[in-house]
Design a protein. Structure first.
Length: 269
């Protein structure tokens, strides 16, 4: 299972071809472009063209794209929502010159309460993204009442839009459902979205690997940390692959080694 990386690791430093080369030299082939200004300046056509050309010349797989979220597409103010949609479309102009594997979209802000109108606003945003770019959209799980696994599944059932999935973020709670991709990062077990490298915080990684193994998850895994210590990125990738190899070899021995309980449903079989 390949482990990719997000350009979020470079923070607000302007994303240059030299920085992309650092990821390639670290043997990361699956890359997610994080549209976080002033980092990846997607509005600059020269930057966008250079980025697209770099992926083609290096014959790398199509990248994924994390859409901007500084403006809230589910805000109460209609002018705020329109400004957010305009920013999404500005970013998605990249799809004209670079094939994208999928795009990741935030529904709301941290701690935002659920309101039935949120589904209406979310539908408008999804329809705009898909009609403008034709991209598959993954909705990221967030620490709010809107972008939980359950709410996203409710929205998907109500909206009946094709090519909509879920991106689970390990820093935004537990894996309470099925997903299509995973953002890998750690924190100290609190509500602070620290975006540490895996194994630098308090998360129980063997427990997550067990869950992935038992669910037969085979989507992309994307490291999404907040600093550019790529030696830590490589170490995280190696340790995760080792854990997944152990779990795939024998889930019973894996559970014993890492002191993981057997689920009640399995115990009753």
């Amino acid at each position: 299972m390949d482990v990719g990386i997000s350009t979020r690791c470079f923070g607000t430093a302007p994303l240059t071809l030299d920085l992309l080369e650092r990821l390639r030299r670290a043997e990361f082939t699956q890359i997610e472009l994080h549209a976080w200004l002033p980092g990846f300046n997607y509005a600059n056509r020269s930057v966008a063209r250079d980025t697209a050309r770099w992926f083609r010349e290096n014959e790398l797989p199509a990248p994924s794209l994390h859409l901007p979220f500084e403006k809230n597409i589910l805000g109460n103010d209609k002018f705020e929502r329109q400004a957010a949609l305009d920013e999404l479309k500005r970013c998605l102009e990249l799809s004209d010159i670079l094939q994208l594997r999928f795009v990741v979209l935030h529904l709301g802000e941290p701690s935002q309460d659920f309101n039935p109108a949120a589904f209406e606003y979310a539908y408008a945003a999804l329809a705009t993204v898909q009609s403008f770019s034709g991209c598959r959209v993954l909705l990221e799980t967030l620490s709010n009442e809107i972008a939980t696994f359950q709410r996203i599944e409710e929205f998907k059932a109500a909206a009946q839009l094709a090519d909509v999935g879920i991106c689970y973020d390990t820093g935004h709670g537990e894996m309470d459902g099925t997903c299509d991709a995973i953002h890998l990062n750690d924190n100290n077990g609190d509500d602070h979205d620290s975006h540490l490298w895996p194994f630098d915080g308090a998360r129980n990684w063997p427990a997550l690997v067990e869950r992935l193994t038992m669910s037969s998850f085979n989507g992309p895994l994307i490291l999404e940390a907040g600093d550019d210590k790529l030696n830590k990125a490589s170490d995280s990738r190696s340790r995760l692959k080792d854990l997944m190899g152990e779990a795939a070899n024998s889930i019973e021995e894996f559970r014993l080694k890492y002191k993981l309980p057997v689920s009640r449903a399995e115990d009753e079989r």
